[in-house]
Every structure is written in C-alpha cells, then in structure tokens.
Design a protein around this ligand. Structure first.
Ligand code: F6R
Length: 612
C-alpha cells in the first residue's frame, strides 16, 4: 500500500526520493508526489506511476536537501492529482505525507470547516494537516507539540512525515499502527515506510513504536518522545538484507526470480534449525514455549490470503504429526467475532510482510484474552514480529513481487518443522520416523530444483490456456490448500477467474461449470487419497473438461487421462505442498505474461495491506 520516503541532510533530496519511491513501487500504488524545501517549498504530485511524476516534474526546480515523497494507494477519494500526497496548507507552510487511515476524519473535517478551513481534496490526510495547523495556531505551540495534541484527537492508523517551510532543519514524524523506520546516516537521516529505500545508504535503523513522535534533525541527535511527552531512547538495529536482494538479478520479473529462489529460500528457512546429524529441530518459536506446547489443547492459526493458505497446510500438518486440534481463521473475520480463546491456546499468526492490519488486530485481540501468540513472519522487525510473544522468521529474503511465492514455501517449511518438533515432543512421532522426515525435508530444495526444470512444459501449457476465462483447481488433503493457492495466484496476476476446491467437493456444485471450455488443474500426486482423486478426475473427463494434471514422476494412470501433464518428483506426503505449489506459480506467471499483464504489480493489489 502507500509508501513513504523522506530525507534530511547535506545531499540533494530529490534523487534520493525518486529512487526510494521506485523501491517502494512493489507495495502497490496509484499516484505519487514529492515536496522539496529550498527556501520555498516545491510540491509536485500526479496520478500514475513514479515515472509519470518524473515526466510531470521535467526540468522544474527540484533543489533542496530536505524533502518528502509518497506513493498513494487510494482509500479516501479516487486516484487523481488532487488526492495524491503530499498535502499542504497555507501556501505550503506545512506539507504532510501519510500512510494509514484516519477513521474519524469526517467529524474532524466538519469541525474544521466550521472554523473556516477549506479543503482541496477528498482525503483524510488533508484533514490531518489542517488539524495540526489549527492546533498550532490556536494553542500557540511548536510543530512537535501541535502534532502530539492533534494526534490525541485522531482515531485510526498513521505513519506521517511533516515538512515545515519555516523550519528547514527538522522533519517531524509520528506513527501508530502503520510502520515507519528511520535510517541513520552520517549527518543525515532517511525515513521510510519500510527499509527498502534506506538499505543502500545505511544499515543502521530505528523502527518507531506506536505512539512515537520523532523530531528528525538535519544534524545531531534523533529525538523521540511518546504521546505522553516522555522521552524514548532510540533502539538502533542493523538491517539484515542486502541491496542486491532488491534487484531483479537478471530475471525479467521479481516474481520469476522469487519462484526460482525457492530452493535457496527453503534451505535458508531450515538453516541452523534442522540438523540431521543431531537429529533435532530447533526453532526459537518452539523451544521457548515448550511447556505451552506440551499443554496446548488447541492451535489457532490466523492470516490473510496466501498466508492463510499456508495456515491451512499447517492445519493438516499439526493434526497429522502433532495430534493437536487446529483452527485456521481469516484474520479479518476472527477479529470481528467474539472468538472463544483460552489461556492455554496457542495462536500462530502468519504474515510475509508482518504489517497486515487484520492479522495485527487479530493478534492484539487474542493477546488481550491471554493466549500465547507466535508469529511466522518474513520481514524482520515488522509490527507483527514485534507484537507477538515469540516465533520464527522465515528468512526467505525480501519478496518484491506482489504475488507471494517464496514466502509461502518458507512459511510451509517453518510450519512443517514446527509440526515435526511438537509431534516428537508430545510423543506422536517415533524417533525413526522423525529422522526419516528430517532427512527428507532437507532434500526438498533439490526436489524444488527438479520441479523448476519443468518450466518449458509449463510455458507451453500456458500458451494453450492463456485466453481461458475461467479455471478450476482441485486437490485433496494437503493439496487442497495448494489448489486454493494456485487459483489465487492465477486470478491475482492474470485476472482470469479461478477457483480452488477440495476435489471431492466438486460434485456438490462446481461440476455444473465443467465443459470443453473449462480448464481444470488437478493436483493428483501420489499420496494417501490418490485413488479418490483419480475418481474425481474421471468426473471431470466425463463432462469434457480440459485436464491439466500435476502428477508424481512415473505416474501412468492420471497421465493417460490428462490432456496435459506436469511431473513432480516423489516426496513424503507431508512435504508435498512445498513442491506441488511451484508449477502452479509458474503456470500463473506464464499465463499472465502471455496476456500482457503487469506480473510484479498487478492492478488494484498492494504488497503490504496496512489498512483493513
Ligand atoms: C497473495 C498475496 C496476499 C497476501 C496477503 C497477506 O499473493 O500476496 O494474498 O498473502 O495480503 O499478506 P501478508 O502475508 O503480508 O500478511
């Protein structure tokens, strides 16, 4: 969603802002803008991409060593020039960029209108800068204090940066429920909504906490206070990822690069955790909570989208290997129910970005009810990682393509290791089986490498089906969440309507859709319910459906029935999703590409969904 980048120091701010905004493009946006201070404030913004903003600015004055930049993903008001950020007041005396939503903006706006304020946009952000200005004038306080007082009247989520024409040596920033990170350079500071625009300049960063207001100076020390006006000592952390991880590395798209990175990312997720020689799995998320897991009567998994699919895989694994009942919940539904949560429940929140608003809210709810909350997150230092009692990072590396790929397989890797370890702890997995699983899971990256070799076959299948209007994905058991994930990938990036179903559920409705125009992807790998899946395939064939089958290498039965076949290597049933999802990612990628879609930044989607 929206992206923030700001700079204050001794360099020209404009190139830093533009590069930073391009780094933030992956989050999804529809307009962009910058404000630069050099005596006067020059503010430029427009609907469209960052490159449109550059064209719009052309040769105009972009001088200034302090500036703010923003990519907007529309919430209040359509994507247009007026609604783009920055928003300014009083001849650009104050300008603001904002991520998040001000929920009570209408009430505040009405009050401000009564007091003579006139608005130029439909946004909640413009209301906020008017409120701050109003407080500043009426209370006769400085900007920092005006921000503090104004924010006490605000309900909602925000990360804001304010530029003041009269104070060229400071930027004022604040955050609540929307991430904001400050990079500390030499006599300069970088501010951003995530660390991607910062990493090429400095590795030292401070993640603001909810309620923090910081005065970021041109030189000298960063000063942070909380809403209660108490000083907060900045906690400086070192960024773990490298700049190269944010580049395409020779691939035409981030999505393809990330699909191909999976052997590495799955290996990294296991590194230092699964050891064949010691015969152990060691995960911070478990060892620190061993007693809780021994007593747990239930695990609740919360997440959204692909992460929710990861959770569904986890449900099968925990129930099969650890024999603990599991409920998998959409975070957005869970948070608005009155869920029954007990103190001996363990809630596992899964999130690539670690910033998803609904997942964060679900965690807070379960925490307030006394449950133990663990996170499986990819982004180190993210809000969810900080809000949970413990957990395990996935170590997949930055995921830039909007459609999640390597994050999913890394989440499933962690969930599998967790289920194995808990199963062993609770006495449900004999040592020999545990060791066998360990050996097998360590071999999964190699199996994924093999799957990637089927890319050409998949590209040919994509050519045949690129003009389809609908797709059905079917799978049973552990392949059911994979079917959901395959369908989600396809609809996200190719805009083809696709649905995933448990294969046996087809005859209860979706079978009515099947005709010669309907491609049906069936994940029919060798596993416990293989024969049952074969029967479901016969039902598809009998109705003329076009069958694309994912089968285990050497399979004869399904291969003879299918119109198109993709083979994957044989793996233990428990690990099938890590392997079977990969061809479906590639299929979506190739179909989307052949349809001329923007694979990395599909329309309407945001990488980090920080509003509910
Ligand atoms: C799908 C996708 C989304 C996310 C969802 C949750 O490709 O990317 O469905 O999985 O928005 O995001 P995280 O995992 O960041 O909480």
């Amino acid at each position: 969603m929206c992206g923030i980048v700001a700079y204050i120091g001794g360099k020209e701010a404009f190139p830093i802002l533009i590069i930073g905004l391009k780094r933030l493009e992956y989050r999804g946006y529809d307009s962009a803008g910058v404000a630069l201070l050099n005596g006067d404030v020059n503010l430029y913004k427009c609907k469209g991409r960052v490159v449109d903003l550059e064209n719009h600015i052309g040769e105009k004055n972009t001088k200034g060593s302090v500036g703010i930049g923003h990519t907007r993903w529309a919430t209040h008001g359509e994507p247009n020039d007026a609604n783009a950020h920055p928003h300014a007041i009083d001849n650009n005396e104050l300008s603001i960029i904002h991520n998040g939503i001000i929920e009570n903006y209408l009430t505040l706006k009405k009050e401000l209108e009564k007091r003579g304020h006139v608005f130029k946009s439909d946004t909640d952000t413009e209301v906020l800068i008017h409120l701050i200005q109003d407080v500043k004038d009426s209370e006769k306080v400085d900007l920092e204090e005006a921000v503090r007082i104004a924010l006490t009247q605000v309900v909602g989520a925000y990360a804001i940066v304010i530029l003041s024409k009269n104070d060229p040596d400071t930027l004022v920033v604040a955050k609540k429920s929307s991430p904001l990170v400050i990079g500390i350079g030499e006599n300069e500071f970088y501010i951003a909504s995530d660390a991607t625009p910062i990493v090429e300049y400095t590795r030292n960063v401070v993640y603001l906490e909810d309620g923090d207001i910081a005065v970021v100076p041109r030189h000298g020390e960063l000063k942070i206070k909380n809403f209660k006006n108490k000083e907060v000592i900045p906690y400086v952390q070192e960024l773990e990822f490298q700049l190269e991880e944010l580049e395409k590395g020779g691939y035409p798209h981030f999505m393809l690069k990330e699909i191909y990175e999976q052997p590495r990312s799955i290996r990294d997720s296991m590194r230092g955790r699964a050891s064949i020689s010691r015969g152990t799995v060691q995960l911070g998320g478990i060892t620190d909570f061993e007693q809780k897991f021994m007593k747990a009567k239930r695990i609740i998994i919360v997440g959204c989208g692909t992460s929710w699919h990861g959770g569904l895989v986890g449900e099968y694994l925990f129930e099969e290997l650890a024999r603990i009942p599991v409920e998998v919940e959409y975070a957005s539904e869970f948070r608005y129910r009155n869920p029954v949560i007990n103190e001996d429940d363990i809630v596992i929140a899964i999130s690539q970005s670690g910033e998803t608003a609904d997942t964060l809210a679900a965690i807070k709810l379960a925490k307030a009810k006394g449950a133990t909350i663990l996170g499986i997150c990819n982004v180190v230092g993210s809000s969810i990682a900080r809000e949970t009692h413990g957990g395990s990072y996935t170590h997949a590396g930055p995921e830039i393509g909007v459609a999640s790929t390597k994050a999913f397989t890394a989440q499933v890797t962690i969930l599998t290791l967790m289920a194995m370890e808990i199963g062993k702890m609770r006495g449900h997995i004999p040592k020999a089986r545990f060791n066998q699983l360990l050996t097998e899971i360590k071999g999964i990256p190699k199996k994924v490498e093999e799957v990637l070799k089927t890319n050409d076959v998949i590209e040919e299948i994509a050519e045949v089906f690129k003009d389809a209007s609908n797709f059905l994905y079917l799978g049973r058991g552990l392949n059911f969440p994979v079917a959901l994930e395959g369908a989600l990938k396809l609809k996200e990036i190719s805009y083809i309507h696709a649905e995933g179903y448990p294969a046996a559920e087809m005859k209860h409705g979706p079978i009515a859709l099947i005709d010669a125009e309907m491609p049906v992807v069936v994940i029919a790998t060798k596993m416990g319910n293989y024969e049952k899946t074969v029967s479901n395939i016969q039902e598809v064939k009998a109705r003329g459906g076009k069958l694309i089958a994912l089968v285990t290498k050497g399979d004869k039965i399904v291969s003879e029935m299918a119109d198109y076949v993709i083979e994957i290597p044989e793996v233990d049933e428990m690990f099938i999703p890590m392997v079977s999802v990969v061809p479906l990612q590639l299929l979506s990628y190739h179909i989307a590409l052949k349809r001329g879609c923007n694979v990395d930044q599909p329309r309407n989607l945001a990488k980090s969904v920080t509003v509910e």
